[in-house]
Design a protein around this ligand. Structure first.
Ligand SMILES: C[S@@+](CC[C@H](N)C(=O)[O-])C[C@H]1O[C@@H](n2cnc3c(N)ncnc32)[C@H](O)[C@@H]1O
Length: 331
């Protein structure tokens, strides 16, 4: 591929984003789950006009989502299984990338000029607020996050010696993947799971499905208002990078208030370094567009913690950039 062809393919990213999002919206990967289906049946099931369906499937074939099956049908292509509703995070990622995120990214210039969230500028509210309006957006996001956290969980346990007993509070716990890892490893450990009211039932169901539901207490609320008291270890994983300095400080100060001079706060983030891989630089742009926030360096996270009245006891950074900052209330 020439340089120009390579660049053209990058520029045309919007086309593949929408082709895949449409495939998911119309349920094509799920319809092909059990074997080849005729185009006539696919047309009836999706409501896509026969001629346009043939054209659409031809394009999806080029992307590896479907394959032609004789005599007049299609079967799942090698990538289809990742896009089925129950498969994992990519189903939701495809929906968001072709929907709410897509519209927000059209306003990247706004974020670049102002440092503020294009998502909020376009949608008139935050992504977190959208969760209360659309269960589908909430489910899509939390499932994507689950996949990300599942990939990181072993690395996290390799970097930090978690307490084997006591009470841990996971703040902004998402679908509960980290809590699940903790309470299943340490039978004496109990957990407070703190999440937005629009997400907490999802978190509860997710932990119940893993047979760990009764090891946790579920507390709905906003980190910007108040954090539950009484835990020995507070965890904020992939939370602070979603907030600008002012809100991040407010959240950290709420943690310090809840801790009342005792316990440990563990901040887990993918910190920016000197040489950042492409994904890290792009994730930082995602923070800007979606939240008007940023991925910080480990030093910047330390400074935030200190400004919020914490003393940083230890910062551990893995070779992949995963950073764990252990902090205690300074007074
Ligand atoms: C990037 S996700 C991280 C989820 C989880 N900690 C993980 O790493 O898998 C951020 C989480 O913060 C939650 N959140 C956002 N705003 C919140 C608020 N004001 N109060 C409590 N949780 C909030 C979201 O619902 C979301 O699940």
């Amino acid at each position: 591929m020439s340089e120009e062809q390579h660049l053209a393919a990058i520029i045309d990213g919007h086309i593949t984003t929408q082709l895949i999002a449409s495939a998911v919206r119309f349920g094509v990967p799920d319809l092909l789950k059990d074997g080849p289906v005729s185009t006539q049946r696919l047309s009836r099931a999706t409501g896509i006009a026969p001629r346009e369906l043939t054209r659409f499937l031809r394009a999806l074939q080029g992307l590896g989502v479907v394959e032609k099956a004789a005599p007049d049908g299609y079967r799942a292509g090698p990538l289809a299984r990742h896009l089925q509703r129950d498969a994992g995070g990519l189903y939701g990622q495809a929906l968001l990338a072709g929907g709410d995120y897509y519209e927000a990214w059209a306003h990247l210039d706004y974020s670049l000029r102002t440092g503020e969230s294009a998502f909020e500028h376009h949608h008139g509210g935050s992504l977190w607020g959208r969760f209360a309006e659309s269960a589908e957006v909430a489910a899509a996001f939390t499932r994507t996050m689950r996949t990300n956290t599942e990939r990181a969980v072993d690395e996290i346990f390799g970097l930090y010696a978690f307490p084997a007993c006591g009470l841990v509070a996971d703040l902004g716990a998402g679908d509960g993947t980290l809590v699940a890892g903790l309470v299943s490893r340490f039978p004496e450990l109990r957990a407070i799971v703190f999440e937005q009211a629009s997400v907490i039932e999802h978190t509860r169901r997710s932990l119940e499905k893993r047979q760990l539901g009764d090891r946790c207490e579920y507390v709905p609320g906003s980190l910007l208002d108040e954090v539950p008291r009484g835990a020995d270890l507070y965890i904020l994983k992939s939370v602070i990078h979603n907030w600008d300095d002012e809100s991040a400080l407010r959240i950290l100060e709420n943690c310090r208030t809840a801790m009342d001079g005792r316990g440990t706060l563990l901040l887990i983030e993918r910190a920016m370094g000197e040489d950042n891989p492409r994904e890290a630089a792009i994730r930082d742009m995602v923070m800007l567009v979606l939240f008007g926030s940023m991925d910080r360096t480990a030093r910047e996270y330390e400074e935030l913690l200190e400004r919020a009245g914490f003393m940083v006891a230890r910062t551990v950074i893995s070779s992949s950039g995963l950073s764990l900052l252990e902090a205690r209330p300074a007074t």
